[in-house]
Design a protein around this ligand. Structure first.
Ligand SMILES: *Cc1c(COP(=O)(O)O)cnc(C)c1O
Length: 378
């Protein structure tokens, strides 16, 4: 059993993907070929946002957003304490300070109450100037935008949606990557929509920001890449990755999001009363970058992971450490609020195999072994 079976997906889509790759090789339009602009417009249509700008990876997508706003020294950006390193790294990379915010145990996403407390403390201290909130749509579930967008308005903060794991998720009819003033995603292979290497994209409805980001993505270009009017990056999506993504986006829209939701629902039904399963609030849809359960404590979690491994079932711990405990942030003044939910979740979380091609039989095997371990069945 695979944790996320990308080879199985390739087998299903092989004919179209092979054709797409060979077409790029034969045409020789390796850099910024027509497939890149076609993909950008398909992604913008799907998400329901005016502009999509592709780039080299999800980390660059976040960096380009922060560069476009011009955050730097003395600025505070609020980031969930429970996320992949990039979400906080890019803030510090641009010279600003990430302020870590606690999460909700039920959804694993940023707590609106903790966010507001952190903002109030930073304002009262007067050392940093609050500029933005980075929400993460963790494990595929959109963050609580009804509450968090209102807080951003109240305090006049920009909202940057890190949708690296959230692509395909929804609140009511509104899709992930449309909630931020700028939103970003990643096409790292194991993300909900992945390519065959690195890739990323930025989404915004703001014309000026879109123009600025297009310039920053290619060496701060003016009229062309040999006219350089600002300091930028070299962060393009390869044509070959765009061609692969065009094929995968079709499958993603047609059945993958639906099928992965069926798999998640099966886990949730089978694990009811056995372990704590992830909550998807009413009117939310997850794209299930991960299916993560919570155990009672660290010993039980580590024990279960070892037991599953003995039975050839892969599982992963996302994430084993809160952001504020990462060595890179030791010298940062980034802890203003209580982060105990994150600490507890890091000790108890375990992610199970999930992908659109996972069979019911494999899921039953996972569940039987979990039940055996926690003592529900002999
Ligand atoms: C994967 C990920 C990123 C970074 O994406 P890359 O394409 O690997 O650079 C950023 N934020 C979150 C939450 C992620 O999961």
């Amino acid at each position: 059993m695979q944790f996320r079976d990308l080879k199985k997906q390739y087998k299903v889509l092989k004919k179209e993907i092979d054709e797409a790759i060979v077409t790029v090789a034969a045409n020789g339009n390796y850099i910024m070929g027509n497939q890149v602009t076609e993909l950008e417009s398909e992604l913008a249509d799907y998400v329901g946002v005016k502009h999509c700008i592709s780039c080299a990876n999800g980390t660059d997508a976040l960096t380009l957003a922060v560069m476009a706003w011009g955050f730097g020294e003395g600025d505070a950006v609020f980031v969930p304490d429970f996320t992949f390193f990039s979400s906080g790294e890019i803030v510090a990379f641009e010279g600003a300070t990430p302020i870590f915010v606690d999460i909700e145990e039920d959804t694993f996403n940023m707590s609106a109450d903790s966010l507001e407390r952190a903002i109030e403390i930073v304002l009262a201290e007067g050392k940093f100037s609050p500029k933005a909130v980075i929400t993460v749509d963790l494990f595929g579930l959109p963050a609580d935008y009804d509450k968090i967008s209102a807080i951003c308005k109240k305090y006049n903060l920009q909202l940057l949606e890190d949708g690296a794991q959230g692509f395909g998720g929804k609140i009511r009819e509104k899709l992930a990557c449309s909630f931020g003033d700028i939103s970003t995603t990643s096409f790292f292979p194991a993300k909900p929509l992945g390519c065959y290497g690195d890739g990323g994209a930025i989404f915004t409805n703001n014309n000026q920001l879109a123009e600025l980001i297009k310039s920053l993505r290619i060496h701060g270009k003016g009229t062309d890449k040999y006219d350089n009017i600002r300091i930028g990056m070299n962060s393009r999506l390869d044509t070959i990755q765009a061609a692969i993504l065009k094929v995968k986006l079709k499958a993603f829209k047609q059945y993958e999001v639906e099928d992965i939701n069926k798999a998640a629902k099966r886990y949730t039904e089978m694990l009811d009363g056995v372990v704590k399963t992830p909550l998807v609030p009413d009117e939310f849809l997850s794209s299930w970058a991960q299916y993560s359960i919570l155990l009672e404590n660290k010993e039980q979690r580590n024990g279960l992971q070892a037991f599953l491994k003995e039975n050839d079932i892969p599982s992963m711990i996302y994430y084993i450490k809160p952001m504020h405990e990462q060595g890179a942030f030791i010298d940062f003044d980034c802890c203003k609020v209580d982060l105990s939910v994150t600490k507890s979740v890091c000790n108890r979380v375990l992610s199970l195999p999930i992908h659109p091609y996972l069979t019911k039989e494999d899921q039953e095997k996972v569940v039987i072994n979990i039940k055996k371990f926690v003592g529900v069945i002999a």
